[in-house]
Design a protein around this ligand. Sequence first.
Ligand code: SAM
Ligand code: DTB
Ligand code: SF4
Length: 330
Amino acid sequence: MTHQAADPFTRHDWTIDEIVAIYQSPLLELIARANAIHREFHDVNDVQKASLLSIKTGGCPENCGYCPQSAHHKEVHLDRIHMMKTDEVLQMAAKAKAAGADRFCMGAAWRSVRDGREFDSVIDMVRGVRELGLEACVTLGMLNAAQAGRLKEAGLTAYNHNLDTGPDYYDKIVTTRTYDDRLDTLKAVRGAGIEMCCGGIVGMGESVTDRAAMLQTLASFNPHPESVPINALVPVEGTPLGERERIDPLDFVRMIAVARIVLPASRVRLSAGRSVLNREAQVLCMVAGANSIFYGEQLLTTANVGETDDDALFAALAAKPQLKDLLPTD
Ligand code: SAM
Ligand code: DTB
Ligand code: SF4
């Protein structure tokens, strides 16, 4: 059903100006165009639930301005958690599967992967998650080719490593690494034959041009990243971006729609920031092309939408009117 990346509709040569023009087109036209592409490339009823777990929390040497896990942001209230035990992680994965998740994503607050006991246990976790019949994704910071090879061998489905924003805005957000460092890790991931999960964040003070530049970079990958998380900044007290206002939900919808248009076959994930969207705004994001959410009370360190609310959302998406609903209620 899903088209392959070699499809002639799938372009790798978008210009930033073209993407900005799409972003700024009238909202209803933008959503209609994105929805047409979404229907062409995907089953619109297929919205994947992915579950997230932080397997090592806090104390990260990088200085990403949005991230509560950076050791540079001393005012953040966060309980640091050392590496979780493999058994515990696999129990959480089994629970996520029982609750209806198809994919299990594990994050470690590392600048880069170091060979040794902790990486060995990540390998075991990946193997265990795959044995449960779930897709497995990890995000561990920078990675070399040999480490990517070991993850692939363990059965890893995808590696998450976000570009976060456009290249020109990047050093306003992080200075402990460069855009090129990100691209090198992504190359190692691709080189090992692991799917790429790569997206970014909106609402960090970036311009529309920066958003477009990020999407242009994502679309320049050949093939396109299979998975593209679009996060809205969750401002966390004590981080440099902790006082930022939340993005207008309709700008979030625009970003998702443009991502869908320039990355037609990718799974676009409505990621962080969903908890402040009402049900209708979330459905609008799905109409505009989002076809995955993170399911579970917690993202990595911040609150997500509660499972009861998400169950109600999925019930509303799935429900066909029942005979009893067609009869008057008194
Ligand atoms: N250390 C790894 C790395 O940098 O790739 C992985 C963990 S990191 C928490 C994964 C992604 O979460 C980041 O790249 C960023 O896009 C997203 N993220 C982190 N904090 C966020 C926040 N406060 N709001 C929205 N997204 C956030
Ligand atoms: C991604 O792009 N978003 C997820 C996942 N990849 C790892 C993480 C969101 C983190 C939000 C902030 C937190 O909970 O710490
Ligand atoms: Fe560390 Fe990743 Fe957070 Fe940056 S985003 S501070 S690299 S955990």
